[in-house]
Design a protein around this ligand. Structure first.
Ligand SMILES: Cc1cc2nc3c(=O)[nH]c(=O)nc-3n(C[C@H](O)[C@H](O)[C@H](O)COP(=O)(O)OP(=O)(O)OC[C@H]3O[C@@H](n4cnc5c(N)ncnc54)[C@H](O)[C@@H]3O)c2cc1C
Length: 390
């Protein structure tokens, strides 16, 4: 077991830090205020080759792995992006990149991966449905055969980054529930144009993650071409799980970076703020201990996430590690940001101190992309061998 970074990994972290420092907290504060997509940051990430770090070299990627991606995301999030930074990596190199590089046809890989890696095209992923939620296998969106292709109808909710995206990874049923033995059968992944006739999306007003819009998406008899199927027809569920497990690693990495950022902002403030005589408030243990506790927790999550990522890259099982790391990271991030705000007193409530943005944004990751309850269910059933309750 070797915890030292390779020279290549150190250089990637350095590149990410340089990009991140160009787009620090002031940049994100402005983008958040105007609910604007961080296009300049994303282009810089792509120009520096960081988007394609885990994608194949033939397509213009670096051919490295999830560990390198985690290091990059952590660093960019810690420089100012916070937890939402991870979503940019989720929708692009994960939902777009992992799905196409693993399951896309050669033609699709040739066409789309260079556009993704260069930043020319961004992606989104439509899985969640209003009447299915966490129980995704209850999805009703249906693609019926139509000549050589399909016609897609249904509704999705909470889909991230739709207005900017050129392409949408859609998860839909291709067999009726009464035609299948198991609910995991008869599901197919498609990669379609967001601008396709019959596809409509409307924004959802929400608490935070303002730089990436969330939308309801409606498919009304949308034409899907045969070459837009990803992987094997009707076998999309197992493909999807491969995509979603890597998503956990990116989520955790962004939460690790966000926690580092929140603690840094709080510590800097606490060292300078004096309210009783000459003693800075940072000298009080009531201020120190909760921040130290959050630091200890997040370092555990960081190392667990590295193990998940390294095992993923080595082709070993990593689902439990990825879930555990995500659970602890989301809780540690929430605690660190909350205590950071408390450390700043009234100023923690001010936009200019950035913690309120982190507080709004980090809240999302207690229940998405997988909720704490579902992670605990997973641990209880898979790791502890307890009976499934649902
Ligand atoms: C800002 C935002 C961005 C998102 N982006 C995307 C995206 O890009 N693409 C996409 O497809 N989806 C996206 N989602 C959806 C997200 O993945 C879901 O919101 C999340 O999985 C939870 O589903 P739900 O909201 O339907 O909650 P529900 O399924 O209604 O669950 C409600 C509560 O019940 C709990 N619960 C449910 N079942 C159990 C059980 N068996 N045991 C214990 N507790 C249980 C849950 O943990 C949760 O706390 C996004 C959501 C948000 C808010």
């Amino acid at each position: 077991m070797d915890f030292a970074l390779t020279e290549e990994q150190r250089m990637l972290v350095e590149s990410a830090r340089k990009v991140g420092n160009r787009f620090g907290v002031e940049y994100w504060r402005e983008k958040d205020k105007h609910k604007a997509f961080p296009a300049e940051l994303w282009q810089a990430v792509c120009d520096t080759g960081l988007c394609g770090v885990a994608l194949p070299q033939e397509a213009g990627g670096a051919g490295l792995g999830m560990l390198e991606m985690a290091l990059i995301v952590e660093t960019l999030a810690a420089c100012g992006g916070g937890p939402t930074l991870g979503q940019l990596f989720m929708v692009n190199p994960i939902f777009g990149g992992v799905s196409i590089s693993k399951f896309g046809s050669e033609e699709m890989q040739r066409d789309l991966l260079p556009k993704l890696i260069s930043g020319q095209a961004t992606f989104c992923m439509a899985l969640t449905e209003p009447d299915a939620g966490t129980n995704t296998l209850e999805m009703r969106s249906f693609a019926r055969p139509d000549g050589a292709g399909f016609r897609l109808s249904g509704q999705k909710i909470w889909i991230t980054g739709v207005p900017q995206a050129a392409k949408m990874l859609v998860v839909a049923r291709t067999k009726k529930v009464d035609e299948i033995q198991k609910k995991t059968d008869g599901i197919t992944l498609f990669m379609i144009d967001v601008s396709r006739p019959g596809l409509r999306h409307t924004p959802i007003e929400k608490l935070g993650t303002n730089t990436l819009p969330s939308s309801s998406v409606y498919f009304d008899d949308v034409r899907v071409e045969p070459n837009e199927v990803l992987g094997t027809l009707h076998q999309g569920w197992s493909h999807l799980l491969e995509v979603l497990n890597t998503e956990r690693i990116v989520t955790t990495a962004a939460l690790v970076g966000a926690t580092e950022l929140a603690i840094r902002l709080a510590v800097d403030y606490a060292k300078g703020r004096k309210v009783f005589g000459k003693t800075p408030i940072g000298a009080y243990q009531g201020i120190q201990f909760p921040l130290a506790q959050a630091h200890a927790q997040i370092e555990c999550a960081r190392v667990m996430n590295y193990r998940a990522a390294a095992n993923c890259d080595a082709g070993l099982p990593y689902g439990s590690d990825a879930n555990i790391a995500k659970l602890i990271a989301a809780q540690a991030a929430a605690a660190a940001i909350e205590r950071g705000m408390q450390t700043m007193g009234g100023m923690g409530y001010a936009k200019e101190m950035d913690l309120e943005r982190l507080w709004r944004d980090a809240r999302l990751f207690r229940f998405a992309p997988v909720s704490e309850e579902m992670v605990l269910n997973y641990i209880a059933v898979h790791d502890l061998g307890m009976p499934r309750s649902y």
